[in-house]
Design a protein around this ligand. Structure first.
Ligand SMILES: [Zn+2]
Length: 412
């Protein structure tokens, strides 16, 4: 594959009835933080825009950047976040209620990151195995005692894993499927991997929440698809899975957790019908909904720039809080650079001393906020807003204010 390819037909249904909306123009990769040296080189940028498939309802990017460019060194590390830990704990608890593991059972986590989720299952006394293409992360996982295969997951990988480890009782994929271009190959891989009575549990951000809460900044090159339940149920059903449970989660601004089994004729969960009806009421299968969304986002950008510009002319100092990928989308799309944000404070040591992609804003440890005392903190990682505000009580006590940009500009 070249650097990137243009999508001409829908990833799920093959239709060419695709409507373009929300064009970001040329954008740098949202997780491609830069070192001092890299600031002097030309930064790669790729087109970023959305397509709505009028046939099956899938929202997808119009461009797929080569995954080897995006995922071979991946900075996202969830174990630093309490919110993520709670979500993993709840997932493990739910599974624990449904199935009993023995010491021969096998739990596989696709996109296992630093292995955090699997450590919850390790405690249940079962075999665990992570699969992740990022070398840096799988090395971290290995060091913390989580066996991990450094590979992109697909059908071929699944076959070799089955040969070596046998079939899995549980296959997990949290925040993975949105990254997958060839969903059929991926899901065939899951099917190959999964024992006949096993469970496949998958979590992804829910497009209903994305649209309803203006979360445009979760749209970036890594996230190829933005699923509603209807198109998702269509593809899994084609691959002989049935959805036995679905739950809405608050994580990442709103996600779905779907539990699947191999088809055995049991009736599908009522929750699926309920959510599909809700999606219809929200206009998720209607192109006008997405056009209206794009308009709202334009308005949001104008409002935010106005507010920030006003503070600047009054001599106020503003910093960013949380060097999240979504923050990089927001600052680039709304053209908010180092002239507005002095720097961005972040809790991840990995990012300290680096610069944000596109806008090249410097990243510092979050402790800096407490002695530096800026006037405003723009919360860029709004999905962790409560956690961030709790951490910066001192900043608040001394008169600092938080700006939350999404779903509406709000000052606290
Ligand atoms: Zn489609």
């Amino acid at each position: 594959m070249k650097e990137y390819k243009i999508i001409k037909k829908c990833r799920i249904c093959g239709s060419k009835n695709l409507h373009k909306f929300l064009d970001f123009g040329q954008m740098s990769l949202a997780n491609n933080f830069l070192t001092d040296d890299e600031l002097n080189r030309v930064e790669a940028r790729y087109p970023l825009y959305c397509l709505f498939c009028a046939n099956c309802g899938l929202v997808q990017l119009g461009v797929v950047v080569n995954p080897r460019i995006m995922f071979c060194n991946y900075p996202y590390i969830p174990s630093g976040s309490g919110v993520m830990m709670n979500n993993f704990a709840s997932l493990a608890y739910e599974v624990g209620k449904r199935m009993k593991f023995g010491e021969k059972s096998l739990v596989i986590d696709i996109g296992s990151n630093d292995g955090t989720l699997l450590t919850f299952f390790k405690k249940m006394g079962t075999r665990i195995l992570g699969v992740d293409p990022a070398k840096n992360l799988s090395r971290m996982a290995q060091l913390s005692g989580v066996p991990t295969v450094t590979k992109l997951f697909n059908r071929q990988t699944a076959k070799s894993l089955v040969n070596k480890y046998g079939k899995a009782d549980l296959v997990l994929a949290t925040n993975v499927v949105a990254h997958i271009d060839d969903l059929y190959d991926f899901l065939r891989g899951v099917s190959t991997m999964l024992g006949s009575r096993g469970l496949f549990i998958c979590e992804f951000p829910y497009v209903l929440d994305l649209i309803a809460r203006n979360q445009f900044d979760t749209i970036y090159h890594e996230h190829l698809s933005y699923f509603a339940l209807l198109p998702w149920s269509r593809i899994v059903s084609r691959l002989d899975f049935e959805i036995v449970d679905v739950a809405r989660l608050s994580i990442h601004g709103g996600s779905l957790r779907l539990t699947h089994k191999k088809k055995s004729g049991t009736r599908r969960s009522k929750a699926v019908d309920y959510l599909v009806a809700l999606e219809r009421r929200h206009g998720l299968y209607d192109v006008a909904t997405y056009e209206a969304f794009a308009k709202r986002i334009e308005g949001l950008g104008e409002k935010l720039k106005l507010v920030l510009g006003d503070f600047k002319t009054r001599g106020k100092r503003i910093i960013g809080l949380g060097a999240a990928a979504k923050g990089n989308v927001l600052t680039n799309f709304f053209d908010i650079g180092g002239d507005i944000l002095d720097y961005i404070a972040d809790s991840t040591p990995y990012k300290w001393g680096l610069y944000t992609p596109g806008k090249h804003i410097a990243i510092y440890p979050e402790e800096r906020v407490e002695f530096d005392l800026p006037d405003f903190g723009l919360i860029l990682a709004w999905n962790f807003a409560n956690e961030i505000m709790r951490k910066h009580q001192q900043f608040k006590k001394r008169g600092g204010k938080f700006i939350i940009p999404i779903p509406e500009v709000k000052i606290i």
